[in-house]
Design a protein around this ligand. Structure first.
Ligand code: SDX
Length: 429
């Protein structure tokens, strides 16, 4: 919807162009530049897409200046306090909070898709025991297209939603199987009597020799982390899923691409990097040294779990996770010196002009690892946890894109290579 125009003028040609201003229901007004190449012969240059809207979406709204995050209009703080992951997943996928019967039907569907083809366990057993689980996840999820080609008519809305729910349901099963392969434990099959978080904990930690008791504190903390990581508008991995989806590729290929993008330490891999950083810092006496390194332009070191492309205020998720981390440690009767170290690091950084001027605050990855550790989840699985939750956002955004006519994503470039030249035979070089 456009309510006014911005006029740009090319000083060299004297030509001017009216660019329509698009306004969503929330957020910054946006210039529609589609007519720019044909009218004035210009492209736009925006490395990292800091100033570019790649799509329209009804799913998630972020206001980076205010530190606001809403899923389908509901503030993340309210969903974190009052909802659960299954209900949030339904909300993201379908757009509305479910009724009792809708949620029950959704949960039944997810529960009945949690198992994977037994051959997948053969695939997983082929990995080296110490393969990184994110590498395994990307490979195994991409291979699902070889197992579930029965319902992959991407023109069918029924098949699209089925593929989406299959992904949501099977990610925890595959993730736990990757972990158990590393541990040398036998497969633990999903238990339909458990909820999403409980089922994952059981698949991760149960052993055949004894009954596994679900710790309600762990299940509740996990459910909260899944809610907080579920979606985040057009972040790097979601944009990857959309770009791959725009080619018409199958949903499993799209999610496998999203998993690979998430793995990077600048993105979802940061939760693992934060703990590595805290290990390197060691104790309080070293915090100042690492903060100084983070400020040194000649030092590539960055404070992991700090900063964000959109949030120039507190990441609301980090604030919620910080409180939850305290509660989990207290409820489990444990303490973690790295929690104290993280709090001191945050305190010093937030009082430092460098971080204040650059508006660098803790992000979703800064405290999450403290909770994962307290739940006994190994560091190599931290980004896998992120991927389990973000699968809901990925498939919701993929379905949204699939439901509307979409052109293939194809950015251009500023070419700085050699101008035309003739081939020189090797004898003459
Ligand atoms: C996630 O997009 C999303 O929504 C992502 C996510 C999601 O839910 O999907 O929120 C999840 O990926 C969170 C981010 C996790 N990554 C990290 O914690 C890694 C550490 N953070 C940085 O690498 C960085 O802050 C990014 C990648 C998060 C953002 O990078 P930008 O937007 O490209 O910012 P930038 O690199 O242009 O930095 C701006 C300035 C630079 O200084 P100058 O060149 O202007 O002098 O701030 C500095 C940077 O050097 N800076 C940091 C810093 N982050 C930015 N300096 C020290 N430590 C940091 N962490």
């Amino acid at each position: 919807m456009s309510d006014h125009h911005v006029i740009i003028k090319d000083q060299s040609s004297g030509q001017s162009l009216e660019l329509p201003v698009i306004r969503g229901t929330e957020g910054e007004p946006t210039l529609d530049i589609k007519s720019l190449p044909a009218s004035l012969g210009y492209f736009t240059y925006d490395p990292g897409f800091s100033s570019t809207a790649s799509c329209t979406s009804d799913i998630t709204f972020i206001d980076g200046g205010q530190g606001i995050l809403r899923y389908r209009g509901y503030p993340i703080e309210q969903l974190a306090e009052k909802s659960d992951f299954s209900e949030v997943a339904y909300l993201l996928l379908y757009g509305e909070l479910p009724s009792v019967s809708e949620l029950a039907a959704y949960n039944d569907e997810i529960t009945n898709h949690t198992m994977v083809h037994e051959q997948l366990n053969t695939f997983i057993s082929g990995f080296h025991y110490d393969a990184h689980p994110m590498a395994m996840m990307a490979g195994v999820v991409g291979s699902l297209a070889a197992f579930y080609h029965d319902k992959m008519d991407m023109d069918s809305s029924e098949h699209r939603f089925l593929s989406a729910k299959r992904m949501i349901a099977k990610m925890p099963t595959i993730a736990a199987a990757c972990f158990r392969h590393h541990m040398g434990w036998p497969t633990a099959y999903p238990k339909n009597s458990l909820n999403f978080a409980e089922r994952f904990l059981h698949m991760m930690f149960s052993v055949p020799t004894e009954n596994y008791e679900i710790d309600p504190v762990a299940a509740k903390a996990l459910d909260l982390l899944f809610i907080l990581h579920a979606d985040h508008e057009q972040n790097a991995s979601t944009s990857t899923v959309r770009l791959v989806g725009s080619t018409g590729a199958n949903p499993y290929a799209c999610i496998a691409a999203g998993i690979s993008a998430l793995w990077g330490p600048a993105h979802g891999g940061a939760n693992e990097s934060v703990i590595n950083m805290l290990n390197d810092i060691g104790d309080m006496s070293q915090v100042g040294k690492f903060v100084a390194r983070a400020k040194d332009r000649d030092d590539p070191f960055r404070l992991m779990g700090f900063g964000h492309r959109v949030y120039k205020n507190f990441d609301p998720r980090a604030s919620i996770i910080r409180v939850a981390a305290h509660e989990v440690l207290q409820a489990l009767g444990t303490s973690d010196p790295q929690m104290d170290l993280a709090l001191e690091l945050e305190r010093i950084a937030l009082e430092d002009d460098y971080f204040i001027e650059k508006k660098l605050y803790p992000n979703v990855d800064f405290y999450s690892g403290i909770i994962y550790k307290a739940l006994g989840i190994p560091m190599s699985m931290f980004t896998v946890m992120f991927a389990i939750a973000r699968t809901v956002g990925w498939v919701s955004q993929w379905v949204e894109q699939s439901e509307t006519p979409t052109r293939i994503g194809r950015p251009r470039q500023v070419y700085n290579g050699p101008s035309e030249r003739d081939y020189v035979p090797i004898k003459s070089r």
